[in-house]
Design a protein around this ligand. Structure first.
Ligand code: NAD
Length: 361
């Protein structure tokens, strides 16, 4: 990969490489597109094996944020910060340095929590920048609500369960990762009468789901072939590969994880196997919808807007069926058409922020 070629391929605006020897901060801020408004996206902290791996993750995730915002018709674009966790760093000092970098962008990039960012990190970042927001548990609930609505759209599309009023009753859902969002989804599904199979690398979380929801536990590597109607990925991205898709027994894939497909072309493989896929950036937009409305418009109550994910997923499923193409292809085309349309009347490089802000991914 050469960086500029990768940027050109998907029209990235800017990539900022971050380095600070004093604190050990290493990472990137990727701003994919600000034609609809400031780039929103969380901070991901991981022990990436290399800076290239971190950069590739940042590029993928930032673009997904732009698509998420465009599909949900929000006044913002997509960005992401990826930070390399390593033994030699002074984490607190690195977070403060990152906060100052973000502040220097004056609202062009507005951020929040993503995987690996702790409450203490957020506290330190907040001392250095206005541009971090995100109410943790509230965002997780909005994401979970959106995933449930998107999953319902898939179930009704495939199984025609709408008329019963209880689309999840008697269904089995395999949840990969019962962390913040996975837990909230599992709880809602349990309340709606679904049976659950769960896997988590943190065994305590899986055991807690067993106690709370009567979930059956399987080993993390066995979750793909679990006998379920729906596979709900809520851990990391890139989990669907040729290999894991071949193992899937579920007929629907609908979960919260970002960039679920290891390669976008795998949408075709899912389609060939007759598996209905709710595109990640459509179904997991709940927190972004809430965050963008809250921080950019001052709108506190966003449940009805998040529930509209149901209509978007249904529209995408219908179009994909009619055109005989994968659902992720349809969703990406819709998102890109909105970005391109925006570019005809909005300037690039969104400037000074309207106010303190931020949002989860
Ligand atoms: P989290 O860290 O709270 O939960 C992730 C869970 O997955 C953890 O319990 C972890 O132990 C488990 N896990 C990790 N690797 C696993 C594996 N290989 N197999 C099984 N379990 C594994 O994170 P979260 O906030 O719940 O987010 C979950 C996913 O949803 C992430 O991909 C995130 O990017 C995405 N997402 C989250 C939000 C949000 O509002 N939090 C919004 C959009 C997308």
């Amino acid at each position: 990969m050469t960086l500029l070629n990768a940027m050109q391929a998907h029209d990235y605006e800017q990539v900022i490489a971050l380095n600070n020897n004093a604190s050990g901060l290493r990472g990137f801020i990727v701003i994919h597109d600000t034609t609809r408004g400031p780039a929103l996206g969380g901070i991901r902290v991981r022990p990436y094996a290399s800076d290239v791996e971190a950069l590739e993750d940042g590029l993928r995730l930032a673009r997904a944020m732009s698509y998420k915002a465009a599909i949900a018709d929000l006044p913002c674009g997509g960005g992401k910060a990826v930070v390399i966790e390593h033994p030699e760093w002074d984490r607190a000092s690195a977070m403060r340095t990152l906060g100052r970098f973000i502040e220097s962008l004056r609202g062009r990039f507005q951020t929040g929590r993503d995987l690996g960012l702790t409450e203490e990190d957020v506290r330190l970042l907040r001392e250095e920048t206005r541009y971090i927001g995100c109410e943790g548990a509230e965002s997780d609930e909005y994401t979970a609500l959106g995933v449930i609505e998107g999953m319902r759209a898939c179930v009704e599309h495939l199984m025609g369960r709408g008329s019963s009023g209880q689309p999840f009753a008697g269904l089995t859902v395999a949840v990969q990762g019962v962390g913040n969002v996975g837990w909230a989804i599992a709880r809602r599904l349990h309340e709606a009468g679904a049976r659950l199979i769960v896997a988590d690398v943190d065994e305590r979380r899986a055991r807690a789901a067993e106690r709370a929801f009567g979930a059956r536990i399987v080993a993390p590597e066995e979750i793909y072939e679990a006998p379920a109607d729906v596979f709900c990925p809520c851990a990391l991205g890139g989990v669907l590969t040729e290999w894991t898709i071949a193992l899937l027994r579920a007929r629907i894939v609908a979960g919260s994880a970002n960039t679920v497909l290891a390669d976008e072309a795998l949408g075709w493989t899912l389609r060939e196997r007759g598996i209905l896929y709710a595109p990640d950036f459509v179904i997991n937009a709940g927190a972004l919808i809430h965050g963008a409305n809250l921080y950019l418009k001052g709108k506190w109550e966003n449940e009805a807007e998040v529930r509209r994910i149901y209509d978007r997923v249904r529209e995408i499923l219908t179009l994909a069926e009619r055109e005989r193409v994968p659902t992720n292809v349809v969703a990406q085309r819709l998102a890109e058409s909105r970005l391109r349309a925006s570019k005809t009347y909005r300037d690039l490089f969104w400037g000074e922020a309207a106010g303190a802000s931020g949002c989860c991914a």
